[in-house]
Ligand binder design. Structure first.
Ligand code: HEC
Ligand code: HEC
Ligand code: HEC
Ligand code: HEC
Ligand code: HEC
Length: 207
């Protein structure tokens, strides 16, 4: 795993202690469930993803390959709106943004704290639907935060049996060296380089 490589010489116990002290300094935030800010351009998922059934990944192209799903550049809207509803006041805002080269400043709806790592591709490529985490976006006139995005919410799902993750753990345990370079046996499951992260390990989401 990448996180193991990033702190190669720090023993896991010290890393966990450092993590806990960092986290203790950050205040516990209330959940933003239901947060649905005004947007600079009135854009409806109910119209585009609902009635018109444009696939989510037509606009959120990176969701399956990268950490971020991404927000489409204004140019993507003009793929259609160069012709369709081209004099609609909201569409005119989009046109102006493209002509002047000023990106639309969409207000971010979902935001995890900086000390949490999340990766869209790990989920989307495993077949977890957008709606599992974002709710019925295709019915939303305005996007709102559907899930609480708390640690407990992440863990509830990570505790379920995900076959690929279980298989990785089993293979890693089989291949783990039983002794370290100093000849001392590793405690069970602690051999450093080959140990796969369990989905509930702190380092999966905090590193
Ligand atoms: C035609 C383009 C388009 C399509 C299709 C589309 N979206 Fe979006 N999406 C956007 C734009 C633009 C925004 C930013 C403005 C907003 O929040 O409404 C956005 C925002 C979002 C957000 C909130 C992002 C944040 O700020 O946290 C989520 C979640 C989302 N879309 C999910 C989906 C899902 C799920 C689908 C399919 C059911 C989908 N989108 C289809 C264009 C699109
Ligand atoms: C694949 C084509 C397509 C794309 C891409 C697209 N739209 Fe649309 N949009 C339409 C069509 C068609 C309508 C008219 C729907 C209707 O009248 O029922 C529409 C309607 C609208 C309207 C009129 C009001 C409403 O909600 O009905 C606005 C505003 C709008 N789109 C904004 C956007 C923005 C902003 C983007 C880029 C994030 C975008 N559209 C991307 C096809 C598209
Ligand atoms: C396992 C839960 C989960 C799934 C599945 C998921 N998302 Fe997300 N999404 C999140 C979380 C959590 C965030 C906030 C990430 C952050 O703040 O770093 C987010 C953020 C976003 C954003 C804001 C911009 C960005 O790239 O971070 C968009 C857009 C988005 N998701 C769209 C989608 C779409 C489209 C799909 C399906 C193809 C999808 N998401 C699947 C949990 C999920
Ligand atoms: C609905 C179920 C679900 C939810 C909710 C969910 N996850 Fe996951 N997560 C998964 C699955 C499935 C995988 C991929 C497991 C595999 O590779 O077999 C995964 C993988 C990951 C990975 C990559 C792990 C690795 O070693 O490759 C990270 C990081 C992660 N999740 C973070 C989060 C965070 C942070 C949240 C909460 C904001 C969250 N997840 C919410 C199901 C979920
Ligand atoms: C599947 C992902 C995931 C795993 C695994 C995970 N966390 Fe978290 N953790 C989160 C998320 C998401 C948040 C932010 C929650 C929020 O803002 O409400 C968080 C927040 C925290 C906080 C800050 C508490 C607060 O309310 O501000 C601490 C401390 C913490 N985690 C410690 C741990 C420890 C220790 C472990 C291992 C036993 C762990 N986490 C495992 C996802 C995870």
């Amino acid at each position: 795993m990448q996180q193991a490589d990033r702190f190669p010489r720090i023993p896991p116990a010290a890393r966990a202690a450092a993590l806990l002290s960092t986290l203790a300094l950050s205040a516990c935030e209330p959940t933003n469930q239901g947060y649905a800010p005004d947007q600079p351009v009135v854009y409806s998922h109910a119209v585009h993803a609902g009635s018109m059934k444009i696939p989510c990944q037509y606009c959120h192209v990176a969701a399956e390959q990268s950490r971020f799903a991404g927000i489409p550049p204004a140019q993507v809207c003009l793929n259609c709106h160069a012709q369709v509803q081209k004099d609609h006041p909201e569409v005119l805002k989009v046109k102006r943004a493209v002509e002047t080269g000023t990106p639309i400043r969409w207000v971010r709806v979902h935001r995890l704290p900086d000390f949490v790592t999340f990766d869209h591709s790990a989920h989307v490529a495993r077949g977890v639907a957008c709606q599992t985490c974002h709710g019925p976006v295709e019915t939303m006139g305005r996007v709102e935060q559907f899930a609480p995005l708390t640690m407990g919410w992440c863990l509830d799902c990570h505790r379920r049996s995900w076959p690929a993750a279980r298989e990785r753990e089993a293979v890693a345990l089989l291949n783990a060296p039983s002794k370290g370079p100093d000849g001392q046996p590793y405690p069970p499951g602690e051999a450093p380089e080959t140990r796969a992260n369990r989905l509930t390990d702190c380092a999966v989401c905090h590193h």
